[in-house]
Design a binder for this molecule. Sequence first.
Ligand code: G6P
Length: 360
Amino acid sequence: SDIEKGTYPHFMLKEIDEQPFVMRKIIQEYQDENNQIKLDQDVREAMKACDRVYIVACGTSYHAGLVGKEFIEKLAKVPVEVHVASEFSYNMPLLSEKPLFVFISQSGETADSRAVLVKIKEMGYPALTITNVPGSTLSREADYTLNLYAGPEIAVASTKAYTAQIAVLAILAVDTAQAKGIELDFDPLQELAIVANAMEVLTDQKEAIEDLARNYLETTRNAFFIGRSSDYYVCLEGALKLKEISYIQAEGFAGGELKHGTIALIEEGTPVIALATQTDVNYAIRSNVQEVAARGANAMVISMKGLEQDSDAFVLPHVHELLTPLATVVPLQLLAYYAALHRDCDVDKPRNLAKSVTVE
Ligand code: G6P
């Protein structure tokens, strides 16, 4: 390919490091000369006209969709459902009167997602595709497209496309809120600039994360990620990253749900990675950490400045509470990267996986 790794040993590490630049590129592309959001008028109208948004995606893009649901519901007050494409095709939920379908796909070529797009177009419903590849199948076949501007993503494990998807979804949610006349004290363009700086701080802390990977993940068979509210969605993505490239069996859980079954798996030394970036649930997630630690877990807390405690393994720079997934995911991407590296795994081309899955 024309894309080179440069001085990087792997595309994945390069793409993790590119995230601050991708945030700045997105700000540039979605900002007008008055520092207001610039977005296709047709997309704005479609978002305003619908009574419910159906997000359809696979894998990492599905995880970005879960974060997007939070934005659109909390900011624009439009109900959102998020569906795994392969399930939606065969088991379609009851639809609202005026649905808008939003396909999230890095490649724009995923067959599972396309099958849903074909079906809902036959039914006459409007579709918006959020993709990193302009001119891709999902982009061409949908009514509207929003581009991610993340640049080519080569590593099979998606990193910069995930954060780009979340950034664009935040802009879309705020734009919809504004179109509906909802007053917000949240400027996503300004807050994304702060996120870009935070990501730079994070990508400069590789050694600290590599140490955590060594101390927590070097010999383990399994690992758990726990978090509440939006931290939970990032846990799902953190676990997927770790599984994909290190082959450690990993699961993301809502902090409160672990005790309803999975806590049975906690043994002496089982790694549990807890995310604590949300004020409302800070106390609750820390009780969950105590519950697993009391059963022998090797627990680490990744928290955010302002909510940190002395015993925390890693503290993220402060970013707006809605946008914490963009910061939190960076150390989780790096944890997965170093865990895979230490186990001599093929980081950029993990077994059994393809970058773009064009079969259903
Ligand atoms: C494949 C990749 C995943 C990706 C998923 C969805 O399974 O290995 O990393 O998240 O497809 O891809 P898309 O291009 O639709 O975002």
